[in-house]
Write a protein that binds this ligand. Sequence first.
Ligand SMILES: Cc1ncc(COP(=O)(O)O)c(C=O)c1O
Length: 412
Amino acid sequence: MNESVTIFPRGAIVSAAAQFPTPFFLYDEERLRENCRAFRETFQAVFPDFHPLYAVKANANPDVLRIVQSEGFGFDASSSAEAWIVEKIGGTGMYTGNYTPAEELAFAASRGFVLNLDDASMVDFLDEAGIPETLSFRINPGMGSGDRESNVLAGPDAKFGVPFEWASDAYRAAKDKGVRHFGIHMMTGSNCLDAAFFAQSVEKLFEIVATIKRDTGIEIEFMNIGGGFGVPYRPDEPTLDLRAVVAGIRRVVDEQCAKLDLKEPVLYAEPGRFIAADMGFLVGTVRVIKNGYKKFVGIDAAANDMPRPSIYGAYHHVSVIKVGYEKPTFETVSIVGGICENNDQFAKDRLLPACEIGDLVVIHNSGGHAYSMGHSYNGRTRHAEYLLELDGTIKKIRDAERIEDLYRGTNL
Ligand SMILES: Cc1ncc(COP(=O)(O)O)c(C=O)c1O
Protein backbone atom coordinates (compact mmCIF):
# COMPACT_ATOMS: atom_id res chain seq x y z
CA MET A 1 0.00 0.00 0.00
CA ASN A 2 1.37 3.39 -0.98
CA GLU A 3 0.77 5.42 2.15
CA SER A 4 1.40 8.77 0.50
CA VAL A 5 -2.04 8.26 -1.05
CA THR A 6 -3.86 7.19 2.09
CA ILE A 7 -2.37 9.32 4.88
CA PHE A 8 -4.31 12.46 5.74
CA PRO A 9 -4.53 15.02 8.56
CA ARG A 10 -7.59 13.42 10.10
CA GLY A 11 -7.65 15.48 13.29
CA ALA A 12 -7.42 18.76 11.39
CA ILE A 13 -10.17 17.70 8.99
CA VAL A 14 -12.50 16.76 11.86
CA SER A 15 -11.70 20.01 13.63
CA ALA A 16 -12.26 22.07 10.47
CA ALA A 17 -15.58 20.30 9.80
CA ALA A 18 -16.70 21.07 13.36
CA GLN A 19 -15.99 24.79 12.84
CA PHE A 20 -16.90 25.42 9.20
CA PRO A 21 -19.59 24.25 6.81
CA THR A 22 -18.69 21.50 4.38
CA PRO A 23 -17.76 21.09 1.62
CA PHE A 24 -14.32 22.69 1.74
CA PHE A 25 -10.77 22.13 0.60
CA LEU A 26 -8.09 21.72 3.24
CA TYR A 27 -4.46 22.20 2.17
CA ASP A 28 -1.61 20.89 4.30
CA GLU A 29 1.21 23.45 4.37
CA GLU A 30 3.71 20.93 5.70
CA ARG A 31 3.18 18.56 2.83
CA LEU A 32 3.21 21.40 0.32
CA ARG A 33 6.59 22.57 1.60
CA GLU A 34 7.95 19.01 1.67
CA ASN A 35 6.96 18.53 -1.97
CA CYS A 36 8.62 21.80 -2.99
CA ARG A 37 11.81 20.92 -1.15
CA ALA A 38 11.95 17.35 -2.44
CA PHE A 39 11.60 18.62 -6.00
CA ARG A 40 14.01 21.54 -5.83
CA GLU A 41 16.67 19.80 -3.78
CA THR A 42 16.66 16.61 -5.84
CA PHE A 43 17.31 18.61 -9.00
CA GLN A 44 19.75 21.09 -7.47
CA ALA A 45 21.85 18.28 -5.98
CA VAL A 46 22.70 17.32 -9.56
CA PHE A 47 22.09 20.57 -11.47
CA PRO A 48 23.22 23.37 -9.10
CA ASP A 49 21.82 26.14 -11.36
CA PHE A 50 18.44 24.44 -11.74
CA HIS A 51 15.43 26.83 -11.75
CA PRO A 52 12.14 25.42 -10.49
CA LEU A 53 8.96 27.12 -11.70
CA TYR A 54 5.55 26.20 -10.29
CA ALA A 55 2.71 25.68 -12.79
CA VAL A 56 0.11 28.12 -11.45
CA LYS A 57 -2.75 26.31 -13.19
CA ALA A 58 -2.45 23.46 -10.69
CA ASN A 59 -3.57 25.62 -7.75
CA ALA A 60 -3.62 29.39 -7.99
CA ASN A 61 -4.65 30.29 -4.45
CA PRO A 62 -2.46 33.27 -3.40
CA ASP A 63 -1.49 31.65 -0.07
CA VAL A 64 -0.38 28.52 -1.90
CA LEU A 65 1.62 30.61 -4.38
CA ARG A 66 3.31 32.54 -1.58
CA ILE A 67 4.37 29.32 0.16
CA VAL A 68 5.72 27.87 -3.08
CA GLN A 69 7.57 31.13 -3.75
CA SER A 70 9.11 31.08 -0.28
CA GLU A 71 10.48 27.61 -1.14
CA GLY A 72 12.54 29.08 -3.96
CA PHE A 73 10.20 28.67 -6.95
CA GLY A 74 9.40 31.06 -9.78
CA PHE A 75 6.21 30.58 -11.78
CA ASP A 76 4.89 29.19 -15.03
CA ALA A 77 1.79 31.15 -16.06
CA SER A 78 -0.55 30.24 -18.92
CA SER A 79 -3.13 33.00 -18.97
CA SER A 80 -3.41 36.68 -18.18
CA ALA A 81 -5.15 35.84 -14.90
CA GLU A 82 -2.25 33.60 -13.88
CA ALA A 83 0.29 36.28 -14.82
CA TRP A 84 -1.78 38.83 -12.91
CA ILE A 85 -1.90 36.88 -9.67
CA VAL A 86 1.81 36.04 -9.88
CA GLU A 87 2.61 39.73 -10.25
CA LYS A 88 0.33 40.53 -7.28
CA ILE A 89 2.43 38.31 -5.03
CA GLY A 90 5.66 39.79 -6.37
CA GLY A 91 6.68 36.87 -8.57
CA THR A 92 7.47 36.28 -12.21
CA GLY A 93 8.71 33.48 -14.44
CA MET A 94 7.83 32.08 -17.85
CA TYR A 95 4.65 32.60 -19.82
CA THR A 96 3.39 29.67 -21.88
CA GLY A 97 0.08 30.51 -23.49
CA ASN A 98 -1.73 28.48 -26.09
CA TYR A 99 -3.03 30.23 -29.19
CA THR A 100 -2.13 33.44 -27.38
CA PRO A 101 -3.09 36.77 -28.95
CA ALA A 102 -0.61 39.65 -29.08
CA GLU A 103 -2.27 41.64 -26.28
CA GLU A 104 -1.95 38.69 -23.92
CA LEU A 105 1.75 38.37 -24.72
CA ALA A 106 2.12 42.09 -24.08
CA PHE A 107 0.35 41.71 -20.73
CA ALA A 108 2.75 38.95 -19.64
CA ALA A 109 5.88 40.65 -21.03
CA SER A 110 5.05 43.87 -19.19
CA ARG A 111 5.01 41.85 -15.98
CA GLY A 112 8.52 40.53 -16.54
CA PHE A 113 7.66 37.05 -17.82
CA VAL A 114 9.93 35.37 -20.36
CA LEU A 115 7.64 34.59 -23.28
CA ASN A 116 7.44 31.02 -24.50
CA LEU A 117 5.83 31.05 -27.94
CA ASP A 118 3.77 28.17 -29.22
CA ASP A 119 4.11 28.87 -32.92
CA ALA A 120 6.39 30.69 -35.38
CA SER A 121 3.43 32.84 -36.52
CA MET A 122 3.40 34.46 -33.08
CA VAL A 123 6.81 36.03 -33.69
CA ASP A 124 4.99 38.80 -35.55
CA PHE A 125 2.98 39.50 -32.38
CA LEU A 126 6.24 40.70 -30.80
CA ASP A 127 5.82 43.92 -32.79
CA GLU A 128 2.92 44.69 -30.44
CA ALA A 129 4.19 42.90 -27.33
CA GLY A 130 7.72 44.35 -27.66
CA ILE A 131 10.87 42.59 -28.86
CA PRO A 132 12.26 40.86 -25.77
CA GLU A 133 15.97 40.30 -25.05
CA THR A 134 15.21 36.66 -24.27
CA LEU A 135 12.64 34.34 -25.84
CA SER A 136 11.73 30.68 -25.76
CA PHE A 137 9.66 28.42 -27.97
CA ARG A 138 7.55 25.50 -26.84
CA ILE A 139 8.61 22.66 -29.10
CA ASN A 140 6.58 19.58 -29.83
CA PRO A 141 9.34 16.96 -29.86
CA GLY A 142 7.07 14.40 -31.51
CA MET A 143 6.75 12.21 -28.41
CA GLY A 144 4.49 12.50 -25.38
CA SER A 145 3.59 10.54 -22.26
CA GLY A 146 0.72 10.92 -19.80
CA ASP A 147 -1.58 8.77 -17.71
CA ARG A 148 -4.43 9.09 -20.24
CA GLU A 149 -4.91 10.20 -23.82
CA SER A 150 -5.96 13.74 -22.94
CA ASN A 151 -2.83 14.12 -20.79
CA VAL A 152 -0.48 13.35 -23.69
CA LEU A 153 0.52 16.88 -24.67
CA ALA A 154 3.02 16.29 -27.48
CA GLY A 155 3.20 14.12 -30.55
CA PRO A 156 1.12 14.21 -33.73
CA ASP A 157 -2.30 14.67 -32.05
CA ALA A 158 -1.28 17.46 -29.70
CA LYS A 159 -2.37 21.05 -30.35
CA PHE A 160 0.69 22.35 -28.51
CA GLY A 161 4.10 23.51 -29.56
CA VAL A 162 6.12 24.12 -32.70
CA PRO A 163 6.54 20.83 -34.59
CA PHE A 164 10.23 20.05 -34.09
CA GLU A 165 10.90 19.80 -37.82
CA TRP A 166 10.16 23.54 -38.13
CA ALA A 167 11.88 24.70 -34.95
CA SER A 168 14.79 26.34 -36.78
CA ASP A 169 12.39 28.51 -38.83
CA ALA A 170 10.79 29.81 -35.64
CA TYR A 171 14.13 30.66 -34.01
CA ARG A 172 15.43 32.28 -37.20
CA ALA A 173 12.34 34.48 -37.41
CA ALA A 174 12.83 35.61 -33.80
CA LYS A 175 16.54 36.26 -34.34
CA ASP A 176 15.71 38.35 -37.40
CA LYS A 177 13.34 40.40 -35.22
CA GLY A 178 16.23 41.22 -32.90
CA VAL A 179 15.88 38.70 -30.06
CA ARG A 180 19.36 37.94 -28.66
CA HIS A 181 18.99 35.18 -26.06
CA PHE A 182 17.06 31.95 -26.44
CA GLY A 183 15.66 29.08 -24.44
CA ILE A 184 13.73 26.00 -25.44
CA HIS A 185 10.73 24.40 -23.75
CA MET A 186 8.67 21.26 -23.99
CA MET A 187 5.66 19.98 -22.05
CA THR A 188 5.08 16.47 -23.27
CA GLY A 189 2.42 15.18 -20.91
CA SER A 190 0.92 15.17 -17.46
CA ASN A 191 1.04 12.66 -14.63
CA CYS A 192 3.86 10.59 -16.09
CA LEU A 193 5.09 7.90 -13.68
CA ASP A 194 7.63 6.45 -16.10
CA ALA A 195 11.03 7.70 -14.87
CA ALA A 196 12.77 6.69 -18.10
CA PHE A 197 10.55 8.86 -20.29
CA PHE A 198 12.00 12.11 -18.98
CA ALA A 199 15.54 11.27 -20.12
CA GLN A 200 14.25 10.02 -23.48
CA SER A 201 12.40 13.25 -24.19
CA VAL A 202 15.37 15.38 -23.05
CA GLU A 203 17.58 13.42 -25.43
CA LYS A 204 15.22 14.26 -28.27
CA LEU A 205 15.22 17.93 -27.23
CA PHE A 206 19.02 18.01 -27.44
CA GLU A 207 18.88 16.75 -31.02
CA ILE A 208 16.54 19.65 -31.76
CA VAL A 209 18.86 22.11 -29.98
CA ALA A 210 21.76 20.89 -32.14
CA THR A 211 19.68 21.28 -35.32
CA ILE A 212 18.73 24.83 -34.34
CA LYS A 213 22.39 25.67 -33.75
CA ARG A 214 23.43 24.16 -37.07
CA ASP A 215 20.66 25.95 -39.01
CA THR A 216 20.68 29.36 -37.31
CA GLY A 217 23.85 29.68 -35.23
CA ILE A 218 21.69 30.16 -32.10
CA GLU A 219 23.04 28.72 -28.84
CA ILE A 220 20.17 27.67 -26.59
CA GLU A 221 20.95 29.08 -23.14
CA PHE A 222 18.23 27.40 -21.08
CA MET A 223 16.10 24.31 -21.41
CA ASN A 224 12.70 24.05 -19.71
CA ILE A 225 11.58 20.43 -19.62
CA GLY A 226 8.02 21.31 -18.48
CA GLY A 227 5.95 19.59 -15.82
CA GLY A 228 4.28 16.21 -15.94
CA PHE A 229 5.97 14.61 -12.91
CA GLY A 230 3.36 12.11 -11.83
CA VAL A 231 1.93 11.27 -8.43
CA PRO A 232 0.17 8.08 -7.37
CA TYR A 233 -3.60 8.40 -7.06
CA ARG A 234 -4.20 4.75 -6.18
CA PRO A 235 -2.80 3.11 -3.06
CA ASP A 236 -1.22 0.37 -5.19
CA GLU A 237 0.53 2.77 -7.58
CA PRO A 238 4.28 3.40 -7.17
CA THR A 239 5.62 6.91 -6.60
CA LEU A 240 7.76 8.46 -9.32
CA ASP A 241 11.44 7.89 -8.53
CA LEU A 242 12.54 11.53 -8.89
CA ARG A 243 16.18 10.72 -8.20
CA ALA A 244 16.16 8.27 -11.09
CA VAL A 245 14.49 10.93 -13.28
CA VAL A 246 17.20 13.47 -12.43
CA ALA A 247 20.05 10.96 -12.79
CA GLY A 248 18.69 9.98 -16.22
CA ILE A 249 18.54 13.61 -17.31
CA ARG A 250 22.09 14.23 -16.00
CA ARG A 251 23.42 11.32 -18.05
CA VAL A 252 21.69 12.55 -21.20
CA VAL A 253 22.88 16.14 -20.71
CA ASP A 254 26.50 14.99 -20.33
CA GLU A 255 26.33 12.62 -23.29
CA GLN A 256 24.54 14.98 -25.64
CA CYS A 257 26.58 18.09 -24.83
CA ALA A 258 29.78 16.13 -25.53
CA LYS A 259 28.43 14.39 -28.63
CA LEU A 260 26.81 17.46 -30.18
CA ASP A 261 29.43 19.97 -29.02
CA LEU A 262 26.90 22.06 -27.06
CA LYS A 263 27.32 24.28 -24.01
CA GLU A 264 25.20 22.92 -21.16
CA PRO A 265 21.96 24.94 -21.00
CA VAL A 266 20.57 26.00 -17.62
CA LEU A 267 17.83 23.55 -16.68
CA TYR A 268 14.27 24.60 -15.75
CA ALA A 269 11.18 22.53 -14.94
CA GLU A 270 7.62 23.56 -14.12
CA PRO A 271 5.77 20.96 -12.05
CA GLY A 272 2.19 21.50 -10.89
CA ARG A 273 0.71 18.21 -9.77
CA PHE A 274 3.89 16.95 -8.07
CA ILE A 275 3.88 20.03 -5.84
CA ALA A 276 0.19 20.46 -5.11
CA ALA A 277 -1.84 17.28 -5.64
CA ASP A 278 -1.35 15.34 -2.42
CA MET A 279 -1.36 18.38 -0.11
CA GLY A 280 -5.10 18.90 -0.71
CA PHE A 281 -8.27 17.21 0.52
CA LEU A 282 -11.82 17.91 -0.58
CA VAL A 283 -14.06 17.29 2.41
CA GLY A 284 -17.80 16.72 2.08
CA THR A 285 -20.60 15.44 4.30
CA VAL A 286 -22.94 12.55 3.52
CA ARG A 287 -26.42 14.04 2.93
CA VAL A 288 -28.52 11.37 1.19
CA ILE A 289 -28.11 7.62 0.95
CA LYS A 290 -30.02 5.97 -1.84
CA ASN A 291 -30.59 2.28 -2.43
CA GLY A 292 -31.23 2.20 -6.18
CA TYR A 293 -29.90 -0.35 -8.62
CA LYS A 294 -26.74 0.26 -6.67
CA LYS A 295 -26.09 1.98 -3.37
CA PHE A 296 -25.31 5.68 -3.88
CA VAL A 297 -23.91 7.90 -1.16
CA GLY A 298 -24.72 11.53 -1.96
CA ILE A 299 -22.38 14.15 -0.51
CA ASP A 300 -22.53 17.94 -0.52
CA ALA A 301 -19.41 18.30 -2.70
CA ALA A 302 -19.88 17.73 -6.40
CA ALA A 303 -18.04 17.58 -9.70
CA ASN A 304 -18.02 21.35 -9.98
CA ASP A 305 -15.71 21.47 -6.93
CA MET A 306 -13.25 18.96 -8.33
CA PRO A 307 -14.04 17.86 -11.86
CA ARG A 308 -11.25 15.33 -12.52
CA PRO A 309 -13.36 12.20 -12.04
CA SER A 310 -16.17 13.62 -14.18
CA ILE A 311 -13.98 14.80 -17.05
CA TYR A 312 -11.35 12.06 -17.12
CA GLY A 313 -12.82 9.23 -15.08
CA ALA A 314 -9.83 9.95 -12.82
CA TYR A 315 -9.45 7.78 -9.73
CA HIS A 316 -9.27 9.56 -6.36
CA HIS A 317 -8.75 7.70 -3.13
CA VAL A 318 -11.64 8.23 -0.67
CA SER A 319 -11.68 7.97 3.13
CA VAL A 320 -14.77 8.01 5.32
CA ILE A 321 -14.72 9.56 8.78
CA LYS A 322 -17.65 8.27 10.79
CA VAL A 323 -19.71 10.65 12.93
CA GLY A 324 -20.23 8.13 15.65
CA TYR A 325 -18.21 5.03 16.31
CA GLU A 326 -16.19 3.31 13.61
CA LYS A 327 -18.35 0.49 12.24
CA PRO A 328 -16.43 -2.59 11.26
CA THR A 329 -18.72 -3.22 8.26
CA PHE A 330 -17.76 -2.36 4.71
CA GLU A 331 -19.93 -2.13 1.64
CA THR A 332 -19.58 -1.34 -2.04
CA VAL A 333 -21.00 2.08 -2.84
CA SER A 334 -20.65 4.95 -5.28
CA ILE A 335 -19.87 8.38 -3.83
CA VAL A 336 -21.76 10.98 -5.85
CA GLY A 337 -22.55 14.70 -5.95
CA GLY A 338 -25.77 16.51 -6.72
CA ILE A 339 -25.15 17.69 -10.30
CA CYS A 340 -27.47 16.61 -13.12
CA GLU A 341 -24.78 14.62 -14.91
CA ASN A 342 -24.24 10.94 -14.37
CA ASN A 343 -20.48 11.43 -14.37
CA ASP A 344 -20.75 13.41 -11.12
CA GLN A 345 -19.33 10.42 -9.24
CA PHE A 346 -16.18 10.75 -7.11
CA ALA A 347 -15.90 6.99 -6.63
CA LYS A 348 -17.69 4.19 -8.42
CA ASP A 349 -18.42 0.82 -6.86
CA ARG A 350 -15.84 1.33 -4.11
CA LEU A 351 -15.53 -0.82 -0.99
CA LEU A 352 -15.81 1.68 1.88
CA PRO A 353 -16.88 1.73 5.51
CA ALA A 354 -20.69 1.71 5.56
CA CYS A 355 -21.78 5.37 5.47
CA GLU A 356 -24.44 7.16 7.46
CA ILE A 357 -25.84 10.62 7.03
CA GLY A 358 -23.45 13.12 8.62
CA ASP A 359 -20.27 11.12 8.00
CA LEU A 360 -17.39 13.02 6.45
CA VAL A 361 -16.03 11.92 3.10
CA VAL A 362 -12.46 12.91 2.25
CA ILE A 363 -11.40 12.96 -1.40
CA HIS A 364 -7.60 12.67 -1.49
CA ASN A 365 -5.18 14.27 -3.95
CA SER A 366 -7.42 17.31 -4.35
CA GLY A 367 -4.76 20.00 -4.14
CA GLY A 368 -3.66 20.15 -7.78
CA HIS A 369 -5.80 20.59 -10.89
CA ALA A 370 -8.78 20.43 -8.52
CA TYR A 371 -10.25 23.77 -7.32
CA SER A 372 -8.60 25.41 -10.33
CA MET A 373 -10.61 23.20 -12.70
CA GLY A 374 -13.86 23.89 -10.83
CA HIS A 375 -16.92 25.42 -12.48
CA SER A 376 -20.45 26.53 -11.75
CA TYR A 377 -22.60 24.15 -13.80
CA ASN A 378 -26.13 23.79 -12.38
CA GLY A 379 -25.53 27.08 -10.63
CA ARG A 380 -23.31 25.36 -8.11
CA THR A 381 -20.97 27.62 -6.25
CA ARG A 382 -17.38 26.68 -5.54
CA HIS A 383 -16.50 26.18 -1.91
CA ALA A 384 -14.07 27.60 0.59
CA GLU A 385 -10.37 26.78 0.84
CA TYR A 386 -8.55 26.40 4.17
CA LEU A 387 -4.89 26.05 4.98
CA LEU A 388 -3.59 23.83 7.76
CA GLU A 389 -0.60 25.92 8.81
CA LEU A 390 2.62 24.51 10.25
CA ASP A 391 1.58 25.35 13.84
CA GLY A 392 -1.77 23.57 13.43
CA THR A 393 -3.87 26.70 12.86
CA ILE A 394 -6.61 26.29 10.26
CA LYS A 395 -6.82 29.51 8.26
CA LYS A 396 -9.45 30.38 5.68
CA ILE A 397 -7.67 31.28 2.43
CA ARG A 398 -10.71 31.73 0.18
CA ASP A 399 -14.37 32.37 0.89
CA ALA A 400 -17.03 30.11 -0.57
CA GLU A 401 -18.69 31.65 -3.62
CA ARG A 402 -22.22 32.95 -3.10
CA ILE A 403 -25.14 32.55 -5.49
CA GLU A 404 -24.98 36.32 -6.05
CA ASP A 405 -21.44 35.90 -7.38
CA LEU A 406 -22.82 33.75 -10.20
CA TYR A 407 -25.08 36.59 -11.33
CA ARG A 408 -22.55 39.42 -11.16
CA GLY A 409 -22.91 41.64 -14.23
CA THR A 410 -26.33 40.34 -15.31
CA ASN A 411 -29.50 42.44 -15.50
CA LEU A 412 -30.96 40.79 -12.43
C1 LIG B 1 2.72 24.33 -20.05
C2 LIG B 1 2.48 23.51 -18.85
N1 LIG B 1 3.43 23.48 -17.90
C3 LIG B 1 3.26 22.78 -16.75
C4 LIG B 1 2.12 22.05 -16.52
C5 LIG B 1 1.99 21.32 -15.23
O1 LIG B 1 1.82 19.97 -15.44
P1 LIG B 1 1.81 18.96 -14.21
O2 LIG B 1 0.80 19.43 -13.26
O3 LIG B 1 1.48 17.66 -14.85
O4 LIG B 1 3.18 18.97 -13.62
C6 LIG B 1 1.10 22.02 -17.49
C7 LIG B 1 -0.13 21.23 -17.29
O5 LIG B 1 -0.96 21.05 -18.13
C8 LIG B 1 1.28 22.77 -18.69
O6 LIG B 1 0.35 22.80 -19.65
